[in-house]
Design a protein around this ligand. Structure first.
Ligand SMILES: [Fe+2]
Length: 198
């Protein structure tokens, strides 16, 4: 140990650049609560928005994980195309997740982050641990999109009614539009159309 690390203050604390390791503390804000922020929005409106956004956040985190799973497990003649497409959608969902989480923080709430907590909240059905057939994987993703979209449409309407225009705007312009576009790119892969002869 260097001389700098051995030096201590009269309270016994290390001086110099030694980090304070293995620190533990109290939870300082409970999940499901909002702090008072000066945003011109009442407590109840912000609390409601955070609840709706945390549901969207949990479902979107599962959708992101499903995109990565199916990106890895993809197979068949369209492997390369779908492998790349699903990863692109995973990246877009990852961006969306960050925006939703930071909207919750902006409103004074606590965003769901730990995947084990996410699993408790999400309503997206669990996929089998193994690999499904390609159309089943695509259908599973589409159904997750629709579940999120139905919830997002309702959340957008209700948050607007409560005066939370920022949350309404983000849900409409980011959550709904991203999910709709990704659903389109998926659904066209489920059209049984001939490739060579009509
Ligand atoms: Fe990859």
């Amino acid at each position: 140990m260097t001389r700098a690390l051995r030096k201590t203050t009269h309270e016994g604390q290390l001086q110099g650049s030694q980090p304070w390791l293995h620190q533990h503390g109290e939870e300082i804000q409970a999940f499901g609560t909002v702090r008072q922020f000066p945003l011109g929005l009442g407590h109840d409106a912000r609390l409601y928005s955070c609840q709706r956004l945390n549901q969207i956040l949990a479902d979107s985190q599962i959708l992101h994980a499903l995109y990565k799973k199916h990106h890895w497990l993809m197979r068949g003649p369209t492997f390369y195309q779908l492998h790349l497409l699903l990863d692109k959608h995973a990246e877009e969902q990852d961006k969306l997740i960050d925006e939703v989480a930071e909207r919750i923080q902006t409103l004074g709430g606590v965003a769901v982050g730990d995947p084990r907590h996410v699993a408790e909240i999400t309503r997206v059905p669990r996929a089998p641990d193994g690999c499904e057939e390609v159309p089943a994987m695509l259908s599973r993703l589409l159904e997750a999109h629709e579940l999120i979209l139905i919830d997002a449409h309702d959340a957008a309407k209700r948050t607007a009614e409560l005066g939370d225009d920022g949350t309404n705007d983000m849900i409409v312009s980011e959550v709904i539009r991203t999910n709709e576009l990704e659903a389109w790119f998926l659904v066209e892969h489920l059209v049984d159309t001939p490739l060579v002869r009509a």
